[in-house]
Design a protein around this ligand. Structure first.
Ligand SMILES: NC(=O)c1ccc[n+]([C@@H]2O[C@H](COP(=O)([O-])OP(=O)(O)OC[C@H]3O[C@@H](n4cnc5c(N)ncnc54)[C@H](OP(=O)(O)O)[C@@H]3O)[C@@H](O)[C@H]2O)c1
Length: 294
């Protein structure tokens, strides 16, 4: 059994409420504080974007334990505070930051600050959004598609790139990128979303091969339907829908093994995978039979 590193001092109430308690915020003025700083550096650092969402929240709780510093972001302060509080009760140190992934300057400044305190050991690019062609099939609004691409592609890949460079320099780390089974074949109801998740999948696969000799692992996650507001809002049938806690457990287990791809649930993954290998004309027809066209 691995010995857990000693816990650092508890944050005070003001820090806790503001979510500003930092694992390494104390200067090493004495032997005791130098030792505390050393202990802190041994804490596992896990960064999760979209922690205010269903899968992100479940991931945060799944990773929360003594010996772990969680670095959580989302856009909703109150929800972030509630998740942080749950995670602290489970023994984790928590750093919270409200930010919008589309604000690249703020994102990169924040990532630099995070890395200055300690490059994350595990970073999960989970935040994302969806849009669809609407109930009448009128088509996506381009401003929605643009925002989606900015969030799911530019923000996600930008963050992955930034952390990849930092992890490569250190020679260790695990990047986990949330794609989707929709990446196997574009869906008529959600064309921008499918495209964005295909981009994340391909980028993650490329990063993995590049970073392997440098001691950094990359895992692409391709979930099917997981219960969340995003899933609820998605049109079309939702076979094999699963709770976020179950999805989080699968992601945690697969990432710990540095799996190249975590795709689930099996029957839906198998079906969607076929769509990507069959001739496109046949795949399009199959999607029609299964009611995935408008
Ligand atoms: N649920 C599914 O069926 C399913 C299936 C396949 C893949 N996925 C992927 O899994 C990930 C999590 O999805 P979920 O189901 O948990 O969705 P969710 O509950 O709607 O959560 C989405 C999260 O992304 C954050 N987010 C969205 N836009 C953002 C932006 N511009 N800047 C910063 N944060 C932003 C949200 O923050 P706020 O709420 O604070 O605004 C929220 O925390 C997504 O990447 C999604 O594509 C989900």
């Amino acid at each position: 059994m691995t010995a857990m590193p000693p816990q650092q001092p508890e944050p005070n109430d003001a820090e806790r409420d503001a979510g500003t308690h930092r694992a390494d915020s104390r200067p090493a003025e004495s032997d005791a504080s130098a030792k505390a700083a050393q202990d802190v550096s041994r804490l596992r650092r896990v960064l999760i974007t979209g922690a205010t969402g269903e899968i992100g929240g479940a991931l945060a709780r799944a990773y929360a334990e003594t010996g772990t510093t969680l670095i959580l972001t989302g856009r909703k302060q109150r929800k972030l505070d509630a998740i942080a509080s749950d995670c602290r009760k489970l023994g984790a140190e928590v750093e919270c930051t409200v930010l919008n992934l589309c604000d690249e300057e703020t994102l990169f400044t924040w990532l630099d600050e995070v890395c200055a305190r300690g490059v994350p050991d595990i970073a999960i690019a989970n935040a994302g959004m969806n849009t669809d062609i609407g109930p009448q099939g009128n088509g996506e609004r381009w401003e929605d598609s643009r925002r989606l691409l900015q969030t799911n592609v530019i923000g996600t890949l930008g963050m992955a790139h930034h952390l990849a460079m930092a992890m490569k320099q250190r020679g260790s780390g695990q990047l986990v990128l949330l794609s989707s089974l929709a990446a196997w074949h574009g869906l008529a109801l959600t064309p921008s979303y499918s495209g964005s998740k295909a981009a994340v999948k391909a980028y993650g696969e490329g990063l993995r091969s590049w970073l392997k000799p440098h001691g950094v692992g990359v895992t692409v996650v391709m979930p099917g339907y997981v219960t969340s507001p995003m899933c609820e809002a998605m049109p079309g049938p939702k076979p094999f829908e699963m709770p976020p806690e179950k999805a989080a457990r699968r992601i945690l287990k697969g990432a710990a093994r540095n799996r190249a791809r975590i795709s689930f649930p099996f029957p839906l993954n198998f079906g969607c995978w076929w769509l990507s290998v069959l001739p496109a004309g046949i795949s399009q027809r199959l999607l029609g039979w299964f009611n995935y066209t408008h």
